[in-house]
Design a protein around this ligand. Structure first.
Ligand code: 0O2
Length: 230
């Protein structure tokens, strides 16, 4: 089986975005380029399905071994076209399908939500032990939280998808969070984006304090759970 060749450049869109033409031009461009773009997105959807299945299998395997399911919820999402374009422009990258594939690592996203922090490491290690999973990048915002207070473990992995005549390696971003980390991130996102203007320093401090409370809850719940299990 051979790797597929890259899809053609989206040069017209690049020109449209560079000159900041009207939304109509961009929409028209998307309409014209719909097929190669949709094809690429279909590959990302397949890769998300592969990764989601891997986690469902791991959940079963761990529940057989330890009599408990480490995964509370799995969510998948494909990045919105406007967010893909925004990111390319923010990074001064040409708006082409090659750029999307080479530089936008989070087109396909899988979010795995666990009850306890220790389950995150266990699942991440189990995923990376699989011989068809290649680690591209790791960002550990649990051990090194973001300034905002955001905590989560992000892995960019490349996985093969097997099409009728070819194999392609596709990148997927996996975000691992506990219920508390996910709760904080969801509410922080709502609060931050509800307003048209940036939050005040006091509001930012307050969000950071809430993140620390959530982290403390995670520690206490983990301790309680360990006490019961041993
Ligand atoms: P979307 O499309 O809305 O889901 P890089 O990919 O490394 O070039 P990026 O994208 O800034 O740079 O990477 P980062 O910060 O590691 O991860 C971005 C994603 O993590 C975000 O997706 C959020 O899902 C999450 N995230 C990161 N920081 C925060 C934060 O402070 N608060 C919350 N609530 N979520 C955060 P996007 O960018 O929103 O993309």
């Amino acid at each position: 089986m051979t790797e597929a060749s890259p899809i053609n450049s989206l040069t017209t869109l690049e020109q449209a975005m560079k000159t900041r033409k009207s939304d109509l031009t961009v929409q028209q461009w998307f309409h014209e380029q719909a097929k190669p773009y949709q094809e690429l997105m279909a590959y990302y959807r397949c890769a998300m399905m592969e990764v989601e299945t891997k986690f469902r299998v791991l959940n079963e395997a761990f529940s057989l071994q330890y009599d408990s399911n480490p995964i509370e919820t799995i969510k998948t999402r494909l990045k919105k076209p406007e967010n893909i374009i925004d990111k390319l422009l923010r990074y001064n990258l040409p708006v082409t399908l090659e750029s999307i594939e080479n530089y936008i690592n989070d087109v396909a996203g899988v979010r795995v939500i666990c009850a306890f922090p220790s389950e995150i490491d266990m699942l991440a290690e189990a995923l990376l032990r699989q011989d068809d999973v290649k680690l591209v990048q790791k960002k550990d915002y649990i051990r090194n939280p973001k300034e905002s207070g955001y905590r989560s473990l992000h892995l960019i992995v490349a996985v093969p998808i097997f099409l009728h005549d070819k194999k392609r390696m596709m990148k997927v971003e996996v975000q691992f969070r506990t219920l508390a980390m996910d709760w904080w991130a969801s509410l922080e996102h709502k609060i931050r984006y509800k307003k048209d203007h940036p939050l005040t320093e006091q509001q930012n401090d307050s969000l950071l304090a809430c993140s620390e409370i959530a982290a403390e809850l995670d520690r206490r719940m983990e301790e309680l759970n360990e006490g019961i299990s041993h």
